[in-house]
Design a protein around this ligand. Structure first.
Ligand SMILES: Nc1ncnc2c1ncn2[C@@H]1O[C@H](COP(=O)(O)OP(=O)(O)OP(=O)(O)O)[C@@H](O)[C@H]1O
Ligand SMILES: [Mg+2]
Length: 858
């Protein structure tokens, strides 16, 4: 490579520090990218790739600086980082190459622009630190709201993944010596951008954020994150809030499987909110409320008093329908105070944002008045916590005009009377303009040219314009000609130019001054950030609690009672399915689980509602423990410490996603961690393997839970043979979902009844699914043979409809081909069966496949 130009040298030097980011290198009105950055950016952004310095030159592409935001957005949403490199000295005065520096690194976890953030969702950047004692510390930070949460995981890597799963984390900051396999798990499981920060010394500037931390591990973990943010953002982080420690033992623990299987905040298949519990409960009206609701759903409470506190408020909101309606209306005009505060600190608010802030704050008295109409004392306390920020509102009222422009660099932001100097400038400019208007009138009269007018443009400034037809009327020497148009002449006079200069100078000065004043106002608002955050916290809480009251009323939920040992639900419903069915045809069912009968073994035909029944219990428990009313007529609930689920939710739909291994992993996770205060849901455990294996495992698991764990358990199965366990296991009770046969068809009643199901209706369901009639008949014959204890005779008969010939031929061919499989192949097959694709990266899968092929090729 030849010698670099000085500018390229500068580029390469800066790029060396930002290897893992796209370097947006400012050149005039463009951000340029070179080399690999250019090739990759051209592909990702679909922009043209060119060469710098002719066809032999280096690859290059660029985006105009004023449109950069959109391109940055695309890259960041795809998980990339973008380093913004600006000219930091004036090109006019620079000697040699203009000095350039990276002013900000925009990463998925540090975006602040509102168009890159989802309103009702947090945008976390998290850090993960591991310590010699085997513990892990996770720090969550949302830069847009300033919140900082810290969690300690004392037991193992799995718990880390369970904790992180489903959190809205966009980026994880880790130490560069975190083992490679753990790193790749983070990437595969959580789909996050990884960043590295090894510096964990505490920056004393942030002492006030860590007052509550008294553990060195926490300080180090928090410092890892702060140092990274500080290093990448290079700007004020005054809005960061005190680090709050989240003690996991204070919350109902939901493992990764349960968060996913129960579809708490997103559905399994579509990964969307629609169809999740969050979707049903989200009657919040502010985005702050919506974010808090999601957090509450993922961390239900364990402390009865805290739950009852929430329920008391929900109850009061529920009763006061009219007042609640007013409350919702008022809340609608409260903007996202939390994120506005964040952007004030970050320095990217404009005057319109400040106006939104003002309008939101002005709603506080109304909000308080509405809350005061509820007599409930906890609501009164919330209302008292809403302190009207008089000084701040005053500042905003006196400083920002009613209709400011988007830009903060073009003036027309600050009110008259706010600043004396600004007022003088404005007077000068206004007087000057008045003088010009008078001049126009005077000149018209004196020259007697009616069409004479004074105009302005950026190039010539103020001028007197006279149409060609009237030019002869101008007295000799009165004006100086400046510009000739097709049908008019433009003139100036020394006096006019003098005034022009005064006006323009005043305008320029006032625009500069307005910008400075705006920055000053923004700095003043920074001092109020803690007040704003405090308000945001209360408003979001009120919003979630009113949302609970609103859904509870709309869907006829009832307040649960918390009892010590006997769980009793009357006419319980599945909160999501009943919404989807809408027509009110959902069949309610009771649930009873007490000390004596704490395992329910559920049988019943396919499609009858076994899985639904199990999930509805878990969702009811969660709703109760987050302080919402529950979908039933009456509920005595126990406070559970953990919920474990093994529910074949995705297995029927996404083939290959559910393997027997996942099933066993989930079961093992439950057995290893459950206590007698836990709820375990095992849906058709053992069905992923051969009948006898499956049945044996299922029975062993039930017995183990019964004898050793004593957790409240719902266990559904198609193995009717298991129903005899009721005779030997004291605490197990059979229940079944009722279905009836009517004229050869199955009718689902979806009703839970005591005792075991007498019959399986699998073939009926197959019929409902429109399998060929001939096939159904054949299945019936085999079934009869099996039921009478005979071995069904295989058929080689071609079935009439012809649709089955393929299978029959296949069977015949198989018979012919039957020869012993060599041991090496058997081993490979075995291994193949055991592969857990769900847990593998594509690369690992490739490697495994390669190995297996080698084994059988021998
Ligand atoms: N209580 C109910 N009231 C009305 N419809 C219900 C009820 N329970 C379930 N259903 C309907 O039946 C469908 C099947 O329910 P579910 O998946 O729970 O059956 P299942 O017994 O678990 O079946 P399988 O044995 O095939 O897993 C649901 O999607 C729902 O539409
Ligand atoms: Mg099921």
């Amino acid at each position: 490579m030849g010698k670099q130009t000085p500018m390229m040298e500068q580029y390469l030097k800066i790029k060396a520090d930002y290897q893992d980011a796209f370097l947006f290198f400012r050149l005039g009105d463009f951000y340029e990218m070179f080399n690999d950055d250019a090739i990759n950016a051209a592909r990702e952004l679909e922009i043209t790739l060119t060469k710098r310095g002719g066809s032999e030159g280096i690859p290059m592409c660029g985006v105009p600086y004023h449109a950069a935001e959109n391109y940055i957005k695309i890259l960041v949403e795809k998980g990339y980082k973008v380093a913004i490199c600006e000219q930091v000295e004036d090109p006019k005065t620079a000697k040699g190459v203009v000095k350039r520096e990276v002013v900000q690194l925009i990463t998925p976890g540090t975006v602040m622009e509102s168009n890159m953030l989802k309103e009702g969702e947090n945008n976390y950047i998290a850090s993960l630190s591991h310590f010699e004692d085997g513990s892990y510390v996770i720090v969550y930070n949302d830069l847009s709201t300033g919140e900082n949460n810290i969690t300690v995981i004392s037991h193992g890597w799995d718990a880390v993944i369970h904790e992180l799963y489903n959190q809205p984390i966009k980026e994880m900051v880790i130490s560069s010596n975190l083992p490679e396999d753990l790193r790749s798990q983070l990437q595969v499981r959580l789909n996050v951008t990884l960043s590295y920060q090894d510096e964990v010394t505490f920056n004393a500037e942030y002492r006030n954020l860590t007052e509550d931390l008294n553990d060195e591990r926490l300080m180090k973990a928090f410092s890892r994150l702060l140092n990274y943010i500080q290093h990448t953002q290079k700007r004020s982080l005054d809005h960061l809030q005190k680090a709050k420690v989240i003690e996991l033992k204070h919350y109902l623990s939901l493992d990764m499987y349960s968060k996913r299987n129960l579809e708490l905040t997103e559905t399994i298949i579509k990964k969307g909110k629609h169809g999740s519990l969050l979707w049903v409960l989200d009657q919040t009206v502010t985005s702050m409320g919506s974010r808090l609701l999601k957090k509450w759903i993922e961390r239900p409470l364990l402390d009865k008093h805290l739950i009852e506190d929430r329920l008391n408020i929900v109850d009061a909101f529920y009763q006061g329908f009219m007042e609640r309606d007013t409350l919702r209306d008022t809340l609608k005009s409260v903007y996202d105070l939390e994120r506005l505060a964040g952007r004030v600190a970050f320095g990217n608010v404009n005057a319109r944002d400040l106006l939104q802030l003002k309008q939101s704050l002005e709603k506080i008295p109304e909000l308080k008045a509405t809350l005061n109409q509820f007599e409930q004392h906890q609501i009164q306390t919330l209302s008292k916590g809403l302190i009207y920020p008089k000084d701040l509102i005053n500042l905003l009222n006196t400083s920002i005009i009613e209709n400011p422009p988007i830009s903060i660099k073009e003036g027309s932001i600050i009110r008259d009377g706010y600043n004396d100097v600004l007022d003088t400038y404005r007077d000068a400019s206004r007087n000057g303009k008045k003088w010009i208007a008078t001049l126009e009138k005077k000149e018209k009269e004196e020259t007697n040219i009616k069409s004479l007018k004074i105009g302005y443009n950026r190039v010539f400034g103020y001028y007197i314009e006279i149409t060609k037809a009237n030019v002869h009327l101008i007295p000799e020497g009165r004006y100086e000609r400046k510009q000739t148009l097709a049908n008019a002449e433009r003139y100036i006079t020394p006096e006019l130019k003098e005034k022009e200069q005064l006006i323009l100078e005043a305008e320029e000065k006032s625009i500069d001054l307005e910008y400075n004043l705006f920055i000053e106002i923004r700095e003043k608002i920074k001092e109020h950030i803690p007040e704003l955050q405090h308000l945001a916290e209360i408003v979001s809480k009120i919003d979630v609690l009113q949302a609970f009251a609103t859904v509870s009323e709309a869907n006829n939920y009832h307040r649960p009672h918390f009892v010590e040992s006997e769980l009793n639900i009357k006419n319980g419903r599945h909160p999501v399915i009943e919404q989807v069915m809408k027509d009110g045809s959902f069949v309610p069912n009771d649930v009873t689980l007490d000390e004596n009968k704490n395992i329910l073994l559920i049988t019943g035909p396919n499609m009858s509602g076994k899985s639904t029944y199990m999930r509805q219990l878990a969702l009811t428990v969660i709703m109760g423990q987050i302080g919402c009313f529950v979908p039933c007529d009456e509920a005595d609930l126990i406070i559970f410490d953990q919920i474990f689920t093994r529910i074949g939710a995705a297995d029927d739909l996404v083939s290959g996603q559910s393997t027997f291994m996942v099933e066993m992993l989930e079961a093992n996770h439950a057995i290893a961690n459950a206590t007698d205060r836990s709820l375990i849901l095992l849906d058709e455990i053992g069905r992923g393997t051969s009948t006898y294996d499956g049945m044996a495992l299922a029975q062993a698991i039930v017995e183990y839970i019964h004898n050793n764990i004593h957790a409240k358990t719902l266990f559904s199965t198609h193995y009717h043979e298991l129903t005899v366990l009721e005779n030997t296991l004291d605490n197990l009770k059979n229940i079944h979902v009722r279905a009836e046969e009517f004229e050869g068809n199955v009718v689902f009643l979806h009703q839970i009844q005591e005792g075991a199901a007498d019959k399986s209706y699998g073939i009926h369901v197959a019929k409902l699914a429109n399998l060929p009639q001939a096939l159904i008949e054949r299945a019936r014959t085999i079934l009869q043979a099996l039921e009478s204890g005979n071995k069904p005779t295989p058929t080689t008969e071609k079935i009439e409809s012809g649709q089955l010939s393929f299978f029959v031929e296949e069977a015949e061919r198989e018979k012919e081909n039957k020869k012993p499989i060599p041991a090496s192949e058997e081993k490979a097959l075995d291994e193949l069966k055991r592969l857990n694709l769900f847990e593998m990266t594509p690369m690992e899968a490739m490697n495994a496949l390669y190995r297996l092929q080698k084994q059988v090729k021998l």
